[in-house]
Design a protein around this ligand. Structure first.
Ligand code: SF4
Ligand code: SF4
Length: 140
């Protein structure tokens, strides 16, 4: 995890619940945590066991589903097995390696292509990480 979201306000009605994907999928330098491994402080299905002492990266982070009402319910991380976040002009999608094809299914691929078209028009781009594979999404 190397960036925070643009907006740190939770969308009304959304909550992390038992999702812990942001404690699993990203690399987190402050915790010396590689990608696709659980943080040592994460209790699966529950959350952070070091919540008050969690590093700044964790304090500042919300995935895009939690912070952006334009991202619909299909993108709930625990449901789609993916986590989306913005990093400047880059929209990043981290795919749970247990579901490496999740992003290729609909409605996800079509939505990724639509986001890529929109991002390209604004000088941005969309990248998907699924295990060791990296894909730059084209609008078509
Ligand atoms: S990935 Fe999003 S929904 Fe899941 S725990 Fe992290 S912030 Fe919450
Ligand atoms: S310190 Fe807590 S919030 Fe941060 S990655 Fe680990 S379990 Fe998650």
């Amino acid at each position: 995890m190397t960036a925070v979201t643009d907006a740190a306000i939770v969308v009304t009605g959304r909550a992390c619940g038992s999702c812990t994907l942001c404690c699993y999928l990203p690399d987190i330098d402050e915790l010396d945590k590689p990608a696709n491994t659980f943080c040592r402080a994460c209790i699966a299905g529950k959350g952070c066991s070091a919540y008050e002492a969690r590093p700044t990266t964790c304090r500042d982070f919300l995935c895009a589903w939690m912070s952006d009402a334009r991202i619909d319910e299909a993108w709930e991380p625990a449901r789609c097995h993916m986590m989306v976040y913005r990093q400047g002009m880059q929209l990043t999608v981290l795919v749970d390696p247990q579901y490496p094809q999740a992003w290729c299914r609909e409605p996800y691929l079509g939505q990724l292509q639509a986001w890529a078209r929109q991002a390209r028009a604004e000088g941005g781009y969309v990248i998907v990480y699924a295990g060791d594979a990296l894909s730059v999404i084209a609008g078509d």
